[in-house]
Design a protein. Structure first.
Length: 75
């Protein structure tokens, strides 16, 4: 097969290191606005108040306290 001898562990190592090239990635599109547009929905809340998301009223009341605070620049 090869004109020179390659040890089996080297071939196995090469296959192991390059296996990411042959992985099938499946993803689900999270764009729900198109379906909501068909149903005449203007505002879609994905997870109101669950997990790391907060309800809209809590968010607006929190940000209302920091309206006059200047923004911080890193540059």
């Amino acid at each position: 097969m090869f004109p020179f001898h390659i040890p089996l562990f080297v071939i196995t190592l090469i296959i192991y290191l390059y296996r990411f090239l042959y992985i099938l990635y499946l993803a689900i599109d999270g764009n729900f606005k198109l379906k909501g547009k068909e149903r005449n929905v203007n505002n879609v809340e994905l997870m109101p108040g669950l997990g790391t998301y907060v309800t809209e009223t809590d968010y607006k009341s929190h940000t209302a306290n920091y309206v006059d605070q200047p923004e911080v620049r890193d540059w």
